[in-house]
Design a protein around this ligand. Structure first.
Ligand code: 5BU
Length: 264
């Protein structure tokens, strides 16, 4: 189904969360299904990377808790660059606690994630209340925010398989307004009517792993063979000397793979 449909077509299907519709249109317009993972340790490096790769990406993924000097300057800078270069911000916080606690982690503390991240993710091992709790916190005051459920991981020996992954899909289908899709290693759109966005980390050209459990696939393996929508690339891009050129290289590879998948 969604495997052969264009991003543009999928943007206006029913059962598509507002953020997913916006993102799918953005991807089609900018011709990029690349998300860069900005795992750097200072605000300066983060903003510099965002500037350099901004034209080549649909989304910037952050780990705000690894930025030494994260603060209002980081938030303002990120927001400005995202608006200027037209990409969304995804904080890879991987919430995984009771509803009351994740609401505080989402809205309070030094990071105040709800203020600047368009997209967040969560594990569902604590049970489905994590979804309603995050949704509630995003909607007072009303902000356009969306959730990716962590359905599969890229690391060797991870336990997110089989019925656990299936349950992620079941919970996502119950919350189509707030849940835009999954972090997974393959498309999980299995039922007619499913239009979830699948984002896939563990992508690098010319490497198979990092010696700490990470496992890499190529853009083609992920987009064509596994049928996912967006590749997430960290070290493959920010580890390069010329980050702008590297991001563009990944963008072209992933976009060509998508065009090959949907066919003429
Ligand atoms: P890399 O440098 O491309 O290996 O970085 C991958 C990023 O994606 C990094 O920020 C991880 O925290 C993140 N990640 C992942 O690698 N695998 C997963 O299954 C999930 C997140 Br979920």
């Amino acid at each position: 189904a969604t495997i052969t449909q264009s991003y543009q077509e999928r943007a206006s299907l029913p059962n598509t969360s507002p953020v997913a519709s916006y993102l799918l249109r953005l991807i089609a317009t900018k011709q990029t299904n690349l998300c860069v993972s900005a795992d750097v340790s200072t605000t300066r490096e983060l903003l510099q990377l965002a500037e350099e790769v901004g034209d080549s990406i649909c989304m910037l993924k952050t780990h705000a808790d690894i930025i030494n000097d994260f603060g209002p300057r980081t938030i303002q800078g990120l927001k400005e660059i995202a608006a200027k270069k037209h990409f969304l911000i995804f904080e890879d916080r991987k919430f995984g606690d009771i509803g009351s606690t994740v609401q505080k982690q989402f809205t309070a503390g030094p990071l105040q994630i709800v203020r600047w991240a368009n997209i967040i993710n969560a594990h569902i091992f604590p049970g489905p209340a994590i979804i309603t709790a995050l949704s509630q916190a995003a909607h007072k005051p009303p902000l356009l925010r969306s959730l990716l459920i962590l359905a599969e991981m890229s690391s060797a020996g991870n336990l997110m398989t089989g019925s656990y992954t299936e349950q992620c899909v079941v919970e996502a289908r119950k919350n189509p307004e707030f849940v835009m899709g999954f972090i997974a290693q393959r498309s999980l759109n299995e039922q007619p009517g499913d239009n979830f966005v699948t984002m896939t980390p563990g992508v690098q050209i010319g490497a198979t792993g990092d010696g700490l459990g990470q496992q890499y696939n190529t853009p083609e393996q992920v987009i064509i063979e596994a049928g996912t929508d967006i590749i997430i690339v960290g070290r493959g891009v920010y580890g390069a000397q010329d980050k702008r050129a590297k991001a563009e290289e990944y963008r072209v590879r992933a976009w060509k793979a998508y065009e090959e998948r949907i066919g003429p």
